[in-house]
Design a protein around this ligand. Structure first.
Ligand SMILES: C[S@@+](CC[C@H](N)C(=O)[O-])C[C@H]1O[C@@H](n2cnc3c(N)ncnc32)[C@H](O)[C@@H]1O
Length: 225
């Protein structure tokens, strides 16, 4: 397993050469996923606190920000955080360079998008890392945590991302058994709102993906009981 220093090193190098040209598209896509997954209206968000873990270049954080009372986004990479502060200076988001596993405080919404710091093919490790965040940071009674990734369900094991259907069932059952939470695995492409919550361009892009794409985005939605 990689240490945090090794991970930080990998991502600092990756963010040196990255372009952000696709950020507007990513923001729009995650605004839509926000509607598909939560759809809390902005008035109910104004008293909620949102924490994004492993925010990277921040477009997904911005997409999910629906007028929360406060938003904190944390990443190990100082380059990524400097980039977010510069690129999204108009947003009311606190960008923090540091370890997302050690953030103080409780939040009504927590996301880890692109599997972020939970990147691991090991279900046990994944479940214990997510459990740590549930205990440490998720508001009791109604707090929601969303972990997002993609897979073709092959479980081919050659990537952090290729979970099988059995992996997802194990993750769901064990999180529910070991914590006071309700867990749903959501594939947006199976939901009507995925096609009709983002305008005409979204509809065309989603219909195209339906035909051409094997790997699908999915989200593990964890609701504190
Ligand atoms: C696959 S990237 C995803 C970035 C972003 N969420 C996205 O989807 O565009 C994973 C991110 O998690 C960050 N990360 C990994 N472990 C972390 C940790 N312990 N604390 C904070 N960030 C971490 C990495 O620096 C990297 O930016």
């Amino acid at each position: 397993m990689l240490t945090k220093e090794e991970l930080k090193d990998i991502y600092e190098k990756r963010y040196t050469s990255v372009s952000q040209d696709h950020s507007a598209r990513e923001i729009a896509q995650y605004r839509k996923y926000y509607k598909v997954l939560l759809n809390w209206d902005s008035s109910s968000c104004s008293d909620k606190h949102y924490l994004d873990l492993g925010c990277g270049l921040g477009a997904k954080t911005v997409g999910f920000n629906n007028g929360f009372n406060a938003v904190k986004a944390v990443d190990l990479s100082e380059k990524a955080i400097a980039n977010c502060r510069n690129k999204f200076s108009e947003e009311r988001i606190e960008w923090v360079a540091g370890d997302a596993m050690a953030v103080p405080g409780k939040y009504e919404l927590i996301t880890a998008l692109g599997f972020s710091l939970f990147n691991t093919p090991d279900n046990q490790e994944f479940i214990s890392n997510v459990g740590h965040i549930i205990r440490q940071n998720l508001t009791e009674r109604g707090g929601v945590m969303i972990v997002g990734s993609f897979t073709d369900l092959s479980g081919s094991g050659d990537s952090w991302y290729m979970h099988s259907q059995n992996d997802l069932v194990e993750i769901q059952n064990r999180l529910e058994t070991e914590h006071a939470v309700k867990v749903e695995v959501i594939f947006p492409h199976r939901r009507f709102s995925n096609y009709f919550s983002g305008g005409l361009l979204n509809l065309i892009a989603e219909l195209r993906k339906l035909v051409l794409t094997r790997r699908r985005n999915f989200f593990i939605k964890i609701v504190h009981g």
